[in-house]
Structure formats: structure tokens, C-alpha cells
Design a protein around this ligand. Structure first.
Ligand code: FPP
Length: 234
């Protein structure tokens, strides 16, 4: 969800103005993905690097997160959305951790869209964490080195219960992953929208999905072998 700050600055407004509009846009796009029948949507809401931003901006982002979750809980329940989060959330303020846990608990029986917020998330850190957990299990005799394979490794990532993303949409015209789901994105299709996140609309989402539906995915095979249809999972 890139471009909140630049969008605000282009309007001569403070960065937080962009984050407020950005969080409103989360509401719109989540609803639209639910309606489109998308099974999984993961939003990169706060990176491990974002802790280095000015203290006031970090505090305001945490406040917006809490406000979003407390305001949206009933809508998430009503719209059958299951909430989930990934990342080093123990770094978040305790009030934010409480509301995250409460939202997960109260939406856990829902069967529609699985909405995941990546918070205090960095993929290199996630991979290091998984490696240390694997090393510990090997040391403790719970796992043998020979048993380590991609499926086992996946189980040690924050995303152990999520499928790999089929499509990654990056807003604001930047063509990079910026430490997002590096392991999981091995075969993800990447779509770059020129729009800043606060101006990314339902129509822009539709464009991304239409573009994705035309991609030919081969997963390292030759065309005739790779028949997996493009079911959109953002
Ligand atoms: C990137 O834009 C955005 C963020 C670092 C924060 C995303 C936060 C929200 C959308 C609002 C609150 C979150 C939720 C989940 C309700 P940027 O600040 O890096 O923009 P820039 O690249 O233009 O400076």
C-alpha cells in the first residue's frame, strides 16, 4: 500500500493525511476483494523498516490501525471475513496487540476472505527466524536435517497457514518487492499500478485482476505442462 506520503505531499498536506485516506482505502479494497470471491488478501501495512520513521508518524499509524480494527470488527464479522496477521507483532504497543488478537478471535469462525495484515513485517527477518527455529528443532532432536525440504521450511514461516500469493499488486509505480514475502513470492505475478495507494480505486483493482487473468504461468515448466488456472489470490 505504497504512496500515502507522496499522495498527501502532492496535495500540500501532511503525510498523516495520506495514511488516513490510505486506511479508508483499505476498507474499500477489502470489501471489493470479498465481493470478487478472492480467498486470501495480504496487505503490507507496516514493515520492520517503518519503525525507523519519525516517532509521531509511527504513533499515528499505530493509532490508525487500532481505529480501523475497532471500527471494522462488526463489518468483518458481517461480511464473513477472517482476520489474520503476520510479523513481529510483539514490537507493537500492547493495546494494538490486544485488538489484533481480539479481531482474530472474533472472526475465526468466518469462512470467506482471509484478510491478513503484515505488521512489523520484513521477509528477511522472517526467513532468519524460520532458520533459527529449524536449527533449534534439529538441536532438540525434533527434526532431522535430512527431513528439511520446502514444505517443512514453509511451516516455520509466519505464513505457514497461507498459500503462496498468486498476484502481488504494488501501488505508486515502484517495481520492487521491498522485503515483502520473498520466499512466498517465488512464482507470484507482479502488477505495478502507477496510482498512489489512497487513489487506488475499485476500477484499478479490476484492471490488475484483468491483467493477471491474461498471464501465462508456467512455474518453471513448459507451456503445455503448466495448466493451473489463474485463480486470483492476492
Ligand atoms: C506506505 O506509504 C504506507 C505505509 C507505510 C503504511 C500503510 C498504512 C495505511 C494504509 C494506513 C493504516 C493501516 C491500516 C492497516 C488501517 P508511504 O508512507 O511509504 O508513502 P510514500 O512512499 O509516498 O512516502
Amino acid at each position: 500500500m505504497d504512496g500515502n506520503g507522496r499522495w498527501a505531499q502532492s496535495k500540500g498536506r501532511p503525510r498523516i493525511f495520506g495514511h488516513i485516506h490510505g486506511s479508508n482505502k483499505v476498507r474499500t479494497i477489502v470489501k471489493e476483494c470479498g465481493k470478487a470471491g478472492i480467498a486470501y488478501l495480504t496487505l503490507f501495512a507496516f514493515s520492520s523498516e517503518n519503525w525507523g520513521r519519525p516517532k509521531e508518524e509511527v504513533q499515528k499509524l499505530m493509532g490508525l490501525l487500532c481505529k480501523y480494527l475497532s471500527k471494522e470488527l462488526n463489518t468483518l464479522i458481517k461480511e464473513n471475513i477472517r482476520f489474520n496477521y503476520i510479523g513481529d507483532v510483539e514490537k507493537l504497543p500492547p493495546s494494538a496487540q490486544d485488538i489484533l488478537k481480539e479481531t482474530v478471535k472474533k472472526t475465526s469462525a468466518n469462512t470467506g476472505l482471509c484478510l491478513t495484515f503484515a505488521l512489523s513485517y520484513g521477509s528477511r527477518n522472517e526467513i532468519l527466524r524460520a532458520t533459527k527455529l529449524i536449527a533449534k528443532d534439529c538441536k532438540d532432536g525434533l527434526l532431522s536435517i535430512d527431513a528439511i525440504n520446502e514444505d517443512v521450511y514453509k511451516n516455520y514461516l509466519y505464513t505457514y497457514n497461507l498459500p503462496d500469493p498468486d498476484l502481488i499488486i504494488r501501488t505508486s509505480g515502484e517495481s520492487r518487492l521491498s522485503n515483502f514475502l520473498l520466499w512466498q513470492a517465488a512464482y507470484a505475478e507482479i502488477y505495478v499500478s502507477p496510482k498512489y495507494w489512497p487513489e487506488f480505486s475499485k476500477a484499478d483493482l479490476k484492471l490488475a485482476l484483468q491483467d493477471y487473468s491474461k498471464r501465462k504461468r508456467r512455474f518453471g515448466l513448459i507451456g503445455a505442462q503448466a495448466t493451473k488456472p489463474n485463480e486470483a489470490q492476492l
